[in-house]
Write a protein of this length. Structure first.
Length: 286
């Protein structure tokens, strides 16, 4: 039996009010995540990767110039990262997370990722909704973007919150041997530290648009997803990524023999994700 032998593109407008799992298994759904999540069945997902807009609140109309060398910085601001206020952002995150929690199995876990801009808000909303936090994991970027203005620290980390659906969820997946091996690679100690050394996505892995510019401003490295998936899922598990970007979760899920459901609202990212996943040969179960 081959796992994840195909990937499907599904438009949210083609789905009914009550979606059967088989209609969306191993698919990228083009649509709004809250709208789509509301139509998915309850208690079906084993793990969630939650990588929402950061709400960076960059100054409007200003061009960022590199300190010293006076060249322009590619702005990471995108239309999907703009919200009118913290209240609007919080409402959006809360409505996504409430539906995400409903579709999770009782022992499923969720990884939410963000920076100082948003992760504290996300953590509070998660606790208010009933998620039980197991760890925060610090992704230490060994090659971070410098702070071009030179007015504050270079932001070399992102925070991942790892949580279970409910406080009394006990039998969640934690592959401690894999966690120890990654720690050995990073720090020379087999102690499953919650600090991971991983470069940001660059080089051939970084998708480019027709002008040769990066296609997505926050494409996550496959190594990050590999650790998350290896440590917190089993072969054949179902992984949900409700804001999938260019599909990094699906790429690694397919490579590691896990099922996936991805949702993304931007058509450019959906088609890039589809092509990326189609290029990966189906994996055999281990
Ligand atoms: C931080 S990025 C995710 C990057 C992704 N992990 C990757 O490696 O490519 C957040 C994504 O959420 C998408 N997004 C924002 N609001 C959305 C919504 N309401 N429904 C679906 N996708 C949404 C954006 O288009 C963006 O691609």
């Amino acid at each position: 039996m081959l796992l994840n032998s195909s990937v499907r593109l599904v438009k949210s407008s083609e789905l009914g009010d009550h979606v059967e799992l088989g209609e969306v298994l191993d698919s990228i759904i083009h649509g709004d995540c809250v709208d789509v999540l509301k139509r998915l069945p309850s208690n079906v997902v084993d793990m969630v990767f939650f990588d929402p807009p950061y709400f960076l609140q960059l100054p409007r109309g200003k061009r960022l110039v590199r300190w010293g060398v006076r060249t322009l910085v590619e702005s990471p601001e995108e239309y999907w990262d703009i919200f009118s206020s913290f209240e609007e952002y919080d409402r959006f995150i809360a409505s996504c997370l409430a539906e995400v929690r409903r579709v999770m199995k009782p022992n499923a876990t969720i990884w939410a990722i963000g920076t100082y801009h948003n992760i504290f808000r996300i953590g509070r909303i998660m606790q208010d909704l009933g998620f039980w936090i197991l760890n925060d994991v610090i992704w230490f970027k060994v090659n971070p973007m410098p702070n071009w203005l030179g007015v504050r620290f270079t932001n070399a980390t992102e925070t991942l919150i790892w949580a279970v659906r409910d406080r009394d969820s006990k039998k969640y997946t934690f592959n401690k041997e894999a966690a120890r091996n990654y720690c050995y690679k990073d720090w020379g100690k087999k102690l499953a530290y919650n600090v991971w050394r991983i470069p940001i996505c660059s080089g051939a892995e970084r998708l480019k648009d027709e002008r040769g510019k990066r296609l997505h401003p926050t494409q996550k490295p496959e190594e990050l997803m590999e650790r998350i998936i290896t440590i917190s899922t089993k072969p054949g598990d179902l992984i949900l990524d409700p804001m999938a970007g260019v599909g990094t979760t699906g790429v690694v899920a397919k490579r590691l023999g896990r099922h996936f459901i991805m949702i993304e609202k931007d058509e450019r990212y959906v088609s890039a994700a589809l092509n990326r996943i189609l290029a990966i040969p189906p994996s055999k179960p281990s």
